[in-house]
Design a protein around this ligand. Structure first.
Ligand SMILES: *Cc1c(COP(=O)(O)O)cnc(C)c1O
Length: 354
């Protein structure tokens, strides 16, 4: 018998392309177009060569405390990991163990089914409504757990906190994970972090990759009740004690401290998002009401696949998902104002020739 018969076979997640060329306009992985604040770079540069000899703090105590202070929680309610993908993968392993199917939307972050398949966790998808919103009534109990992003990806549509609460309340026998990767772009108080005071089955997952301009350092975290977070810690320490490296720990802490820069950057992205939305509507695109740092758009006449190819040829990378229900949409990350002007000019030119 071949060794191949004993291998765990998986279909991996496909991340957006990271093109090698420098002059590409990269709007395909929802990175922040603005650099992190100067304090973050200073924090990394202040690490002495000598310090790299030693293992980093396995408890990530300072970063966890900084995040706890920021959110008004206790350090014991904060878990950190190598990007939120790492946090989410560990959360699947830790919390989805009932044997009953885990639920998530049919159109959502395409890593969820990959982790479920990797761990052999049964799952069922629940269709989004016709208007691509999440239907809370489809998640009212009897499952092995629930996960969805808020705002959802790749639609960008926000589920109101009251609706999220109704889901959490109806599922107190399982863990409900709300992936708030894009919540900072929804302005105002749409996060369900305040619900943590009332529900011990809720886990909120966040990332530094989008709103905090630190995709390259891989920092993610989860907030929850002390018990829930303790369970995650136990699984992490059964896997790899030192997930967070020295520069990431220092940078994460520095990022949390500069709230002024953070808010300024958010405002710029949101302003450019609204400008782009308006401009694309004028060009005949239909946009979802995105509360994130990307737009999900469909043109009235021209197939998305064709626009995707035309943009790529012009050196503008966006994301296209050839999947049922969304194969006529493009997901376009919000870049700088100048990048979005280049995008809309390119589309305008293509439409003129069509
Ligand atoms: C980007 C993204 C993540 C992963 O972010 P990390 O870079 O791993 O922190 C998780 N969930 C959603 C919905 C995302 O869009």
């Amino acid at each position: 018998m071949s060794w191949e018969a004993n291998v765990r076979r998986v279909v991996p997640y496909t991340p957006g392309e990271q093109p090698g060329e420098r002059d590409v306009i990269k709007l395909n992985t929802n990175e922040n177009p603005y650099p992190p604040p100067p304090g973050v770079i200073a924090a990394i540069q202040s690490i002495r060569a000598e310090q790299y000899r030693l293992y980093p703090d396995p408890d990530a105590g300072r970063l966890r405390q900084a995040l706890a202070d920021y959110h008004g929680l206790k350090k014991e309610q904060v878990f950190v990991g190598v990007g939120s993908d790492d946090v989410l993968a560990l959360a699947f392993l830790t919390f989805f163990n009932s044997g009953r199917p885990v639920l998530f939307p049919d159109i959502t972050y395409s890593f969820y089914d990959v982790w479920a398949n990797l761990y052999g966790i049964p799952f069922e998808v629940r269709p989004l409504r016709q208007d691509l919103t999440i239907d809370p009534s489809a998640y009212m109990g009897g499952s092995g757990g629930i996960i969805f992003p808020n705002p959802n990806a790749p639609t960008g549509i926000l589920t109101e906190p009251e609706d999220v609460e109704s889901i959490v309340r109806a599922n107190e026998d399982v863990v409900v994970i709300v992936d708030e990767a894009y919540i900072d772009f929804s302005g105002g108080n749409k996060s369900v972090v305040p619900l943590l005071a009332r529900y011990d089955n809720l886990l909120v997952v966040r990332t530094f990759s989008k709103s905090r301009s630190l995709a390259g350092l891989r920092i993610g975290y989860a907030l929850g009740g002390e018990k829930l977070i303790g369970c995650l810690q136990d699984v992490k320490f059964s896997f790899n004690s030192y997930t967070m490296n020295l520069p990431s720990l220092a940078a994460g802490e520095a990022s949390i401290r500069d709230d002024v820069y953070f808010r300024k950057t958010l405002e710029k992205v949101i302003e450019t998002r609204e400008w782009t939305k308006q401009k694309l509507a004028e060009l005949g695109f239909v946009c979802t009401d995105s509360q994130s740092n990307f737009l999900f758009v469909s043109h009235k006449r021209i197939p998305a696949r064709e626009l995707f190819a035309a943009l790529k040829k012009a050196g503008i990378y966006v994301r296209y998902f050839p999947r049922p229900r969304i194969d006529n949409y493009l997901r376009i990350s919000i870049g700088t104002q100048a990048q979005m002007e280049a995008l809309t000019a390119c589309l305008q030119e293509y439409l003129n020739q069509y």
